[in-house]
Design a protein around this ligand. Structure first.
Ligand code: E4P
Length: 213
């Protein structure tokens, strides 16, 4: 499983990129609006920093508007992936982008049929939202497993992005259940490398080393 960062903060993206594990970035309108900057300018900054896929979401609700917006976003850099909501209009737009060889990430996926429809329309990625499903008492890992099983059984190459990640266990479980990618909030990325026994071990090794000097 690869790692994307779920952020529009250029500082967070640069810092994650220094770790050498960053395969891409996802943004959404909420994350961009927190930044208080021009969306296109920020996308230029992100795409010059990160060589992998950078998802940029359209806000139109009709296919025509999504296609127009998506073309403009895709012209910013070759690694832009147009993020499209999981609606009937969204599927029409995904088909159009697929014909234009523009990559798409179908977002706000909450069941397996939505994922299958998106894949068949030509989506490069589907994004099932784990945290938001768990919040309403559903088993988000069951969904990842079901989508991965269907895609494997039917030879579908669309990649599954585990999104709406809230904690490190989501990451481990998404990997175990067949997600290709997890898109992580910066805070969770930091949590993945932490363990109290690692910290205690370093402290003990250094204390022992300094005793002998
Ligand atoms: C994914 O592409 C979305 O931007 C994101 O994971 C949504 O997460 P949230 O449910 O924490 O807003």
């Amino acid at each position: 499983m690869k790692f994307f960062l779920d952020s529009a903060s250029i500082e967070e993206i640069r810092s994650a990129n220094e770790l050498g594990i960053l395969a891409g970035v996802t943004t959404n309108p909420s994350l961009v609006s927190k930044e208080g900057v021009s969306f296109h300018d920020r996308l230029k900054e992100i795409t010059s920093e990160v060589s992998g896929s950078v998802s940029a979401e359209v806000i139109s609700e009709d296919a025509e508007g999504m296609i127009q917006e998506g073309k403009e976003l895709a012209s910013i850099a070759p690694n832009i992936t147009v993020k499209v909501p999981m609606t009937l209009e969204g599927l029409k737009a995904v088909k159009a982008f697929s014909d234009l060889t523009i990559k798409t990430n179908v977002t706000l996926v909450f069941n397996a049929n939505q994922a299958l429809m998106a894949a068949r329309a030509g989506a490069s990625y589907v994004s099932p939202f784990l945290g938001r499903l768990d919040d309403i008492g559903h088993d988000s890992m069951d969904l990842i497993n079901t989508i991965a099983t269907i895609f494997n059984q039917h030879g579908i190459s669309t990649e599954i992005i585990a999104a709406s990640i809230r904690h490190p266990l989501h990451v481990t479980d998404a990997a175990l259940n067949g997600a290709h990618i997890a898109t992580l909030p910066y805070k969770v990325l930091g949590q993945l490398v932490q363990h109290p026994l690692t910290d205690q071990g370093i402290e003990k090794f250094l204390a022992d080393w300094h005793k002998q000097q």
